[in-house]
Design a protein around this ligand. Structure first.
Ligand SMILES: Cc1cc2nc3c(=O)[nH]c(=O)nc-3n(C[C@H](O)[C@H](O)[C@H](O)COP(=O)(O)OP(=O)(O)OC[C@H]3O[C@@H](n4cnc5c(N)ncnc54)[C@H](O)[C@@H]3O)c2cc1C
Length: 334
């Protein structure tokens, strides 16, 4: 049994910063994550991508952001239970008990759920033999390292930000980059969509439009060609050894949906002022939280972490006055 003031479910960027905000209020915390490493989507999905909207960082790679957050929370030495999914949560404000799938039990005065998209997974295209190509890396849904695609012939499928961003990022390392989309209009931001148009006009990327994925060809899971079909069903073979389908992430809250918390379309409904859920003592922040005006941005999650930590203080330290202080006055432990 691990005892702490605040159990933080999810060690993505927002959960990590929550450990910092709790620490600043002298509240102990334990970070619990289903993944083996901290960092959530930043570490698992796009560690080498630059993020441009973190205040005071004109550009910072997602992996570097997570490393910096690790440095920032280090003085508070939050506990960690990684590679463990929280399955059960019971109790009331001041006395919660959490159980993981590995049998750990955590006792906490309050809980912060920073579970992002929950157990997130890619939306897979319905193609025959897909699993065998996934097993060899012929079909991948995330780019962990851009270098892995050096010299490859890459087919990127999809019309959103991920498809466009990765086409632009990989064109410089791949031998050849194709973008397959079912219509000429992309859902990506206007700026990146026009960068894609420019790259296509210069012959750096070949656009395959209007086509959809139709089949995979290869031997023993080694991808040799991607078959695409147009709206009339006419097919075309693109010789390629990597397919990156970017059809979004499916959202599955997993066990969290069964904990009796009010939901708002697969998210946890919270009061904006405190980020408290419908159950007193349980807070939700970051991508998993929903309230009017919510933006799924890391910077917004950081601010929610501060609000939740302040709202938790009277639960974890009843009767103890909390005087608001700037970090410049308080400092951090050596
Ligand atoms: C390609 C891409 C580009 C992006 N670019 C930007 C950008 O430029 N700027 C920006 O602000 N945002 C961007 N985002 C969004 C940003 O990554 C998310 O807003 C952010 O990761 C949310 O952080 P989080 O900590 O709330 O959740 P997550 O990062 O999703 O982390 C949640 C963690 O909770 C864990 N978890 C879930 N359920 C459980 C459970 N039951 N038990 C234990 N652990 C659990 C998961 O394993 C995960 O590690 C981008 C996202 C993507 C995919």
């Amino acid at each position: 049994m691990i005892q702490t003031d605040v159990a933080i479910i999810g060690a993505g960027p927002v959960g990590l910063f929550a450990a910092f905000e709790c620490g600043m209020l002298k509240l102990g915390s334990v970070l619990i994550d289903a993944l083996d490493e901290v960092g959530g989507q930043c570490a698992a999905l796009y560690p080498e991508k630059p993020i441009f909207d973190i205040p005071a960082h004109p550009s910072i790679e997602a992996g570097t952001l997570i490393a910096q957050l690790e440095t920032q929370i280090a003085p508070f030495a939050p506990g960690r239970l990684l590679g463990r999914r929280v399955e059960a949560l019971a109790g009331e404000a001041g006395h919660f008990e959490l159980r993981t799938d590995k049998g750990d039990t955590v006792s906490a005065r309050a809980v912060i759920i920073a579970a992002g998209a929950g157990a997130f997974g890619p939306n897979r295209p319905p193609l025959d033999g897909l699993a065998s190509y996934e097993a060899t890396g012929g079909v991948q849904y995330y780019v962990r390292r851009r270098e892995d695609f050096r010299g490859r012939t890459v087919v990127i499928a999809g019309g959103g930000d991920s498809a466009v961003d990765w086409a632009l990022q990989l064109k410089d390392v791949a031998a050849k980059t194709y973008v397959v989309h079912r219509r000429a209009k992309f859902r990506a931001s206007p700026e990146t969509a026009s960068q894609l148009d420019r790259a296509a006009a210069q012959g750096e990327i070949e656009m395959v439009i209007p086509y959809q994925l139709h089949g995979l060809h290869g031997t023993d899971g080694t991808l040799e060609a991607v078959e695409v079909a147009d709206l009339d069903g006419s097919t075309r073979l693109i010789p390629a050894d990597r397919l990156l389908p970017f059809f979004g992430l499916s959202m599955d809250l997993g066990p969290i949906a069964n904990w009796g918390l009010a939901l708002d379309r697969h998210h946890l409904a919270v009061m904006h002022a405190t980020c408290e859920t419908s159950v007193p003592g349980i807070f939700a922040i970051g991508d998993v939280a929903s309230y009017p005006g919510k933006l799924k941005l890391i910077l917004q999650g950081f601010s929610e972490a501060a609000m939740a930590a302040h709202a938790i203080h009277p639960i974890a330290r009843p009767g103890e006055a909390l005087h608001f202080q700037y970090s410049t006055s308080k400092g951090v432990p050596a």
